[in-house]
Design a protein around this ligand. Sequence first.
Ligand SMILES: [Zn+2]
Length: 385
Amino acid sequence: MKYLASILLFIATNAQAQAIHFKSVLVDTHNDALTACIEKKVSLDQDLTGINHSDLKRFKDGGLDYQLFSVWCDGTKANPYAWAMREMDTLDAVAARNPDKIVVAKSWAAIQKALKENKIVAQFGVEGGHMIEDHIDRLDTFYKRGVRYMTLTWNNSPSWASSHMDEKNPNYTGPKGLTAFGKEIIQRMNKLGIIVDISHVGEATFWDAIKTTTKPVIASHSNAYSICPVTRNLKDAQILAVGKNGGVIHLNFYSAFVDSNFEKKDNVFRLKHKTEMDSLLKSGIQKEYAQTMLAEKYAAESEANKPDIEILMKHFDHIVKLIGVDHVGIGSDFDGIDSAPKQLRTVLDYPKFTQALIARGYSDKDITKVLGGNFLRVYRINNPH
Ligand SMILES: [Zn+2]
């Protein structure tokens, strides 16, 4: 009888999750599919099942309404700005071929229209200040193309801000925190409506940015340091500061930022497949994508290392405890990661996240905020026009 009751509860929870999930505007602030498609020579409007975490059809089937696509290259590329333009061209081409499915929206009116017509709203998030190559006016060009946030640093540092990696690197010789030029960049971003993203930055840069910005910030894809202590996650003082600033922390699904036990297990996996990894790197594939390819090839082994979604939800609970439910969202990092919690395999699995919120007793109103309402609030303050 008890067993039957729990099955009925599960079915009821599942039905409620389906309803609120598909009724809400679901925003994901971080997805690397553009780079993944270039690396794998595929396109988002193809069926990429088994190849990518995302494609146009599966976005919709998973209930996604609004995607910020990461524009990214690592710090070693000679022309990151040209690369950024090329990545944006690839999405523009997808949108041009599929005007009934996806729109690169550049105004609030365009966002509202696309949502009403049940199309995916697409915008860009530039991942790393190095992509402007020290030219502040390139922010204006980015904005015109549909860039609505910029991560101040990726793991590398531009000349004007230090990353989380460089701030702990004894050989790093650049400035720590934001330079005067870095502060000017934030002012220009505030003026244009490019949201300041503090994921990937070092702590010195974080505190300088939070003092300089006049608008709410986002962490487009970061978790809580006290649950999983890696420098990509946010310490409690930083979480409190984002709350005070009115910003939103979007949860990253990457196993290494979710579960503090993951890295040790993953190192064993990587060591075992090192020869194959080295040959992929030699062929010119960027490291992050070589890792994804190996994880997919040896799926059973990598599956065993994945954390449960409940560990991700510990980050959610912790952030809510510190700053409340108005300051959390989703920044999955799909297609930029080689491992995510067992239940969150691809963009088809977003409803499982909603189910975990329902299991915690959140109201429909709060769930709608977490799924996208919180981001939309920050977006409107940054982009009142
Ligand atoms: Zn990232």
